[in-house]
Write a protein of this length. Structure first.
Length: 247
């Protein structure tokens, strides 16, 4: 599960890394080291949702974290449901009513400077110890996601998104049983193409071997547990006091 993450790049940095030449927000979101469910987040998606864009231009957009089910009709219920839909499991995303339509038609990338995970009792670290996981190359992590539009009873259109997760592999599994699906750059265009509706092909795009070659992890303070806490201090490495090996 990925329940908190950091985004500390401004809009122009993201546009450069993800080669965004389509539409973009009017202004950057504030830097945030402790993004929580329902917060506004960046996504990268196809600029033309018809799939007819021969240049495969990408757009940068701001949406709310936590997909709203397409069948919901009550505004308060829809907002409350978001915290339960911040993550979509790669193994069942094509079947679950909340996610399956978006998986087939409106996929995205969710850029993250890094994300947090809390150790489980099944791993080798103390339960509930938070870790910060970021890219080895210091760039943005391109995480696979889905997005959708929901129309409220008052006519307001709310765009939301979910992070796709999978069973943790390699050293990441020593911290938690789940991890985000990382999307290599050479798969971006295929993943974002709205015309690509082949479930088997889409599922194959989410298979990434050796994730520890992509990310690194270190323990951090439990200050991240409190949503109100923010700032660079949240990602500072915390010595565990024991000679435990991280990757």
């Amino acid at each position: 599960m990925c329940g908190r993450y950091a985004q500390t790049a401004d809009m122009r940095e993201l546009m450069e890394q993800f080669s965004v030449t389509g539409t973009s927000p009017e202004s950057s979101l504030p830097l945030n080291w402790n993004i929580a469910p329902t917060n506004p987040i960046y996504i990268v998606r196809a600029n033309d949702q018809s799939g007819n864009d021969a240049e495969a231009k990408k757009a940068l957009a701001v949406v709310s974290w936590g997909l709203i089910g397409p069948w919901l009709t009550d505004f308060q219920e829809a907002r409350a449901s978001q915290s339960r839909a911040i993550n979509a499991r790669s193994e069942s995303i094509h079947e679950k009513p909340t996610f399956r339509n978006a998986f087939r038609a409106t996929r995205c990338l969710i850029p993250a400077t890094g994300y947090y995970e809390w150790a489980t009792a099944l791993g080798k670290y103390s339960p509930k110890q938070p870790f910060y996981i970021s890219a080895r190359d210091e760039k943005q992590l391109p995480i696979a996601g889905i997005w959708s539009s929901w129309r409220a009873p008052n006519g307001e259109v709310i765009e939301t998104a979910s992070i796709i997760t999978q069973e943790a592999q390699g050293e990441l599994a020593t911290i938690h049983s789940r991890m985000p699906v990382f999307m290599p750059q050479d798969r971006w265009d295929t993943w974002l193409n709205p015309r690509n509706t082949d479930v088997n092909e889409l599922k194959s795009l989410m298979v990434v071997e050796n994730p520890e070659s992509i990310v690194k992890a270190h323990p951090v303070s439990s200050a991240v547990n409190t949503v109100a806490n923010n700032g660079k201090g949240l990602i500072v490495e915390l010595p565990l006091g024991e000679p435990e090996t991280l990757f």
